[in-house]
Design a protein around this ligand. Sequence first.
Ligand SMILES: Cc1ncc(COP(=O)(O)O)c(C=O)c1O
Length: 394
Amino acid sequence: MTSSRLAARVQRIKPSPSTSAADRANELRRQGQSIVNLVVGEPDFDTPAHIRQAAAAAMDKGATRYTLMAGTVELREAIVAKLQRENGLTYAMNEVIATSGAKSAIYNALAVTLEPGDEVLIPAPYWVSYPDMVLACDGVPVTLPCPESQGFKLTPAQLDAAITPKTRWLIVNSPSNPTGACYTAGDYRALAEVLMRHPQVMVMTDDIYEHIRYDDAERVHLLGVAPQLRDRTLAINGVSKTYAMTGWRIGYACGPAALIEAMMKVHQYSMLCASIIAQDAAIEALAHGEDEMKKMRDQYHRRRDFIVRRFNEIGLKCHLPRGSFYAFPDISKTGLPEKDFAIGLLQAEKVAIVPGSAFGENGKGFCRACFATSYEQLIEASNRIERHVQNLVK
Ligand SMILES: Cc1ncc(COP(=O)(O)O)c(C=O)c1O
C-alpha cells in the first residue's frame, strides 16, 4: 500500500525506539548468540500462581464471554476498593473503566480529548510511547526537559512557563520510566499550585509503577495532596508491572464520570471489553496480590542496589532510582553518542540496552538498562559492560 493511502496521523508516528533496540537483540539471539537483554520493561517473574489459578478457575466456571464494556462489576469493585485502601481516593463505579492494558487507557483518553493542535506537556526523559500517542491523536507533544540536576522532575516554574491556551494535558509518571524519579508530596503540592491557576489543563497521572518503590520513597498520589484537581485528573494504572502480568493486558483509568463515559464510546468500537479471563485474574491480583508483590519488589531492590553500584564502579555515573526497575547511567565518559555506545555494546559484548535519546532530547548521554531480570544475568551484563567500557576508554 502506498503511503498516500495512509492517514497523515499514522505517518507522523515513529516506530518505538525501544522496540527497535529489542528487535536488534532478538535478531542476534535468533542467530544463536548469547544476548543479555536489558531492553524490555517487564518483570522476569511468572505471574504468581494464585493469580494464574484464578484465571483457570474463571475458565472452568464458564467465564468465556464478553463482559460489560467498562469491565465486570467485580473488577471495578476491586479497583474502587484498591483506590480507597491504598490511595485514600474515593471513586464511584461510573468513574472507572477497565481496559486492555494501561496503554490503551492512555491512548483512549487522548483520543477523546485532543483537538488538532492541542498541546500535551510531557516531562522528559519520558516513557517512549507518550509523544507518539499524542501525535496519533492529532495533538502536539510538548516535551519539557527535566535534567538530572533537578532529579529528572518537572519544576513548578517550568510548568508555569510551558502552559499556553492550547495546553490540554500534563502527563505525570511517578515513579518514572526511564529514570525512576518519584514526586514527593511537596513536589505535587507545588505543581498543583500552578495547575490551580490554569483550569483548562487536565492531568494524567500514570501510576503504573506505584508499588515499585525503594527505600523511603513515599507512595503519594497527586490527588492525595491536591484533591481540588479531582474533576480534571485521570489516574491511570494497571496490573502489568506490579503483579508481573504484562501479557494479561489489564489496565484501568479513573476520573470524572463524563470523561470515562466519553472513553467508553471509543472503547466500545475499538475493543468492546478487556478479556474476561484476565479480568478475573486481575481481581485476584488486586485483592490478594500484596505478599507476592512485596517479594518481587524485594528482588528488584537487591538488583537495583547491585547494578547501580556496578555502573558507578565501571565509571558510568548512575543515580539511585527511587522507583520502577530501570537504571539510567550517564555514559558520556565513553566519549560516544549513546546510540553508538548501545549498538557497540550489543555487537561487541551482546548486551542490549536502550539509548537514552529514545526518551527525549535530554536523555542524550544516558542509556536505560532494565533490571527486572535475574541477578545472575545482571552480574554477567555488568562484567560485559565493564570490559566494553575498559576497551573504549583505554
Ligand atoms: C510508564 C508506563 N506507562 C504505561 C505502560 C503500559 O502498561 P500496560 O502493560 O498496562 O499497557 C508502561 C509499560 O512499559 C510504562 O512504562
